[in-house]
Design a protein around this ligand. Structure first.
Ligand code: TYM
Length: 337
């Protein structure tokens, strides 16, 4: 009889400012739920953040902001490990080894690099190109089995699995790295831009009205929901209608995620109603559910010493897990010592 390995969850968020509702619903809120299912390790991925220019004067504060969001959402540092990526050197060391396992062709297929680099691929940092290899290192350094992320990270997780498979085969160490399972799904796996349902909600979008920031005031929250783009029709009466109404699909997905319902349930509840009814209800729900998280986040951000102590403790615990796995990896590769 084979026994399943215990669940070990790993995920990360970049400290790149403008943390938004997509990050919260697609990832951070789910980090919290998973604490009841297994051992959880949550990282603030500052090495990833510097793949595009960051203001060195802001980076530490942005790092604390992500940590504050984790804590405010309900990540419990007594149960889960919370730490900063650059504080655990195993990530960078393992990334180098995995850079020599991953193939150029695999990385050239990554759509996120193409999106982020745009027409300026030649001028992008090499780090932006091999960003997904560092992501694989993050996960494999802990032999994580499950990775909760938004839908935009699906391809990167497939690459992590390819890298693990290739390492295990090349060095003849079957099962050395488990293949991490993505945890993607629910009604808010891809939260869209509030003004354009064809684009995802993003930290880098210049128009602030396009996203709900976790640092917004409640007035901003209500205003942005009321201003969100919709269409002139009534609320849909069947879920299939959402396919051709992306902005409406998005608002229904947000409502469903905040209420802990499915999109079908929300469609049934508001079938045929006007947006004049739906939007205030959504705003009310958002204030009720997100408001306390935003308030808590502010309180944590006003106590950087507490955050720093939690992150320091997390780095020690993360290092204790990753270091032996890195040592075994070096041995498998055949390094001296
Ligand atoms: P980042 O900081 O860009 O995003 C953090 C998380 O938020 C999710 N996300 C969204 N979910 C739903 N709708 C959206 N509009 C939306 N925008 C972002 C992302 O999918 C992500 O889960 N590369 C990762 C960070 C990372 C990582 C890792 C994740 C680095 N190493 C190892 C897992 C495991 C990222 O996208 O960060």
């Amino acid at each position: 009889m084979t026994t399943k390995p215990p669940m070990r969850v790993f995920s990360g968020v970049q400290p790149t400012a403008n943390l938004h509702l997509g990050n919260y619903l697609g990832a951070i809120k789910r980090f919290v739920e998973l604490q009841n299912s297994g051992e959880c390790i949550y990282c603030v991925v500052d090495l990833h953040a510097i793949t595009v220019p960051q203001d060195p004067k802001m980076l530490a504060a942005q790092t604390r902001e992500v940590a504050a969001a984790y804590l405010a959402a309900g990540v419990d540092p007594a149960r889960s490990i919370m730490f900063v990526q650059s504080c655990v050197s195993a990530h960078a060391e393992l990334a180098w080894i995995l850079n020599c396992v991953a193939r150029m062709g695999w990385l050239e297929r990554m759509t996120q690099f193409k999106d982020k680099a745009g027409k300026n691929a030649e001028r992008s940092s090499v780090g932006l190109f091999n960003y997904p290899v560092l992501m694989a290192a993050d996960i494999l350094a802990y032999r994580a089995t499950h990775v909760p992320v938004g839908e935009d990270q699906k391809q990167h997780l497939e690459l992590s699995r390819d890298i693990a498979t290739r390492f295990n085969a090349d060095f003849k160490v079957e099962g050395f790295f488990p293949l991490p399972e993505p945890i993607i799904g629910g009604p808010a796996a891809r939260v869209m831009n509030l003004q354009d349902g064809s684009k995802k909600m993003s930290k880098s979008e210049p128009a602030d009205n396009s996203r709900i920031n976790l640092t917004d005031s409640k007035d901003d929250l209500v205003r942005k929901i009321k201003k969100a783009k919709t269409d002139t029709l009534a609320m849909p009466s069947h879920i299939d209608e959402l396919k051709s109404r992306p902005e409406v699909d998005n608002l229904i997905g947000i409502y469903a995620a905040l209420a802990g319902q499915t999109k079908e349930q929300v469609v049934t509840e508001f079938s045929g109603a006007g947006f004049g009814l739906f939007k205030p209800r959504l705003a009310e729900l958002a204030v009720e559910t997100l408001g306390p998280v935003m308030d808590k986040m502010m309180r944590y951000m006003n106590d950087p010493a507490q955050i720093d102590a939690i992150l320091r403790d997390g780095a020690v615990r993360a290092h204790a897990i990753a270091q032996p796995i890195l040592a075994q990896t070096k041995e498998a590769v055949g390094f001296w010592g």
